[in-house]
Design a protein around this ligand. Sequence first.
Ligand SMILES: NC(=O)c1ccc[n+]([C@@H]2O[C@H](COP(=O)([O-])OP(=O)(O)OC[C@H]3O[C@@H](n4cnc5c(N)ncnc54)[C@H](O)[C@@H]3O)[C@@H](O)[C@H]2O)c1
Ligand SMILES: Nc1ncnc2c1ncn2[C@@H]1O[C@H](COP(=O)(O)OP(=O)(O)OP(=O)(O)O)[C@@H](O)[C@H]1O
Length: 569
Amino acid sequence: MSLDELADKEASSPEEIQLVQSDAKFRSFSPPPIPIPVPAAPSIRSLVDSVSDERLDVMASHQSENGSISTASSTVSSLEAEKAAYEFLAQTPIKSTDAHLVEFSEAMRTVAKALRRVAEGKAAAQAEAAEWKHKYELEMAHKQQSKIKGCGSCISNDLDKLASQLTLDTAASDQLGCCGKHGICSHEVLQDKVPGPIPRPNHKMVGRKASFKLSWGCNGDKNGQHKHDFVSFEKGDITTAERSNKQILLKWESQPQTVLFITKPNSNSVRVLCAEMVRWLKEHKNINVFVEPRVSKELLTEDSSYNFIQTWDNDEEIKLLHTKVDLIVTLGGDGTVLWAASLFKGPVPPVVAFSLGSLGFMTPFPSEQYRDCLDNVLNGPFSITLRNRLQCHVIRDAAKDELVTEEPILVLNEVTIDRGISSYLTYLECYCDSSFVTCVQGDGLIISTTSGSTAYSLAAGGSMVHPQVPGILFTPICPHSLSFRPLILPEYVTLRVQVPYNSRGSAWASFDGKDRKQLSPGDALICSISPWPVPTACLMDSTTDFLRSIHEGLHWNLRKSQSFDGPRD
Ligand SMILES: NC(=O)c1ccc[n+]([C@@H]2O[C@H](COP(=O)([O-])OP(=O)(O)OC[C@H]3O[C@@H](n4cnc5c(N)ncnc54)[C@H](O)[C@@H]3O)[C@@H](O)[C@H]2O)c1
Ligand SMILES: Nc1ncnc2c1ncn2[C@@H]1O[C@H](COP(=O)(O)OP(=O)(O)OP(=O)(O)O)[C@@H](O)[C@H]1O
């Protein structure tokens, strides 16, 4: 449905529907209710004319569409239609004050329609501008990268040079020369830059990144092959050449050297385990360790021999972390994995999540066996789940410059748009690419990744989806409608959620359950899948870990088995 049709649909008043339904009473058949627009400030005569004309149009359309009613409709004359309209108008007197009100409300609707069109146009232009800006930044980054020849994984002498670059630099065009056509090397994975100005190199954090290779197992055969062409159309027949969702393996090409620890705060058990693991990694594996500033203080206060740990002082240094860190270890629950992911606005190193929380959907590694687990991961190869993230842009109606958008926010679970503390229904207009999806009237809407499908979206009635399935979940929260089922959309679409001007209040967006932002009428939120997923290490493989989580974490479909004895066929 186009915006105009939508606006027209909204503009149809109860009187218009009433008009058709009343009119239908005079006929020997009952046509379905078809809204007949009431003209602005009508005279009785013109109203009658328009009603009889419309009536005839309706008859004509029914004749052509449905043969069974054509005989009855052929007996209806324009005279009868006019008479019917007069009778109806006599039942529904229109006073002159009503006529003014009708005229006034029509004018208001026209203004509202025009305002909405302007807002739509502006939001679309802003989204497009943001997209072009992003493309431009990537293009510039690629140009800069292409100046630097060679590949870090192939020319070891270049590694130090590369480490001092702000991004790990490998021209995309060099990829075949670098690692061959099978697999994606770490330099390809990490070549996209964090958007924004190029940060300066920080000598305090200089280190070497281990290179690795990704490969896709095929029908259980882990042969390291990765086909880029999933679909073939040889001889005009379209076939799926390869199934797209394969278990991905990460194989180190050089030894990982640096591990970043992200830990749940205010937990004694986490603090003790962190200290133990850091020391073990340093003493037994000679690994460089980064920790958060809070943890660095804690460790150094406890024991000055932890002076080998590294940390950061400001956000600029956090932006560089992905170029230094080979692995992230999280100690906590799912919230700690979300926190770790939120630190990386661009590429994310593989995450090894140890379970020290209550549910631990995304934390498959048992902390008691950390030595074996870390040994396996550091030696590789190991399975990973590539968890898509959503990139969310808030676009303010009040933004003076159309190019000015707030920094994008990346979420691993979901972005939620709800009514906040307001007691009014949330009223949100939703678009998918350029198509209108629906208006949400209820407590709000969850736009979730498949990883987030087992979090808030699940609680709101959304389906559980395997994290490797490429999709975006569209789940309403308490919709005031009997028919609003959750949707799953393909991962390549862009969603836009707009707070319309005629909304009674603001909406609030929250990102992975944090960072609430107010969305005033006219503001919009634009979401699409980010090019930077979170690779999480699997204990077994993606599917086994997922099924284990829903069984053990959520007790999915737990029921006592029926006893053997009893009635039989
Ligand atoms: N009604 C609800 O179920 C509800 C309400 C608000 C937020 N949340 C979820 O909480 C998340 C934030 O998590 P937190 O730990 O920072 O907050 P939190 O401490 O409030 O924990 C929320 C719970 O959600 C679980 N969880 C988080 N991500 C999950 C996932 N991907 N799959 C399964 N369970 C998951 C956590 O283990 C925890 O038990 C939000 O992203 C949102 O999905 C859920
Ligand atoms: N490194 C961190 N810095 C700041 N806050 C953090 C950090 N790690 C986790 N948090 C926050 O602490 C809260 C609790 O963390 P987490 O969910 O991991 O533990 P939990 O609640 O014990 O586990 P579970 O969610 O499984 O019950 C979350 O809201 C999370 O955002």
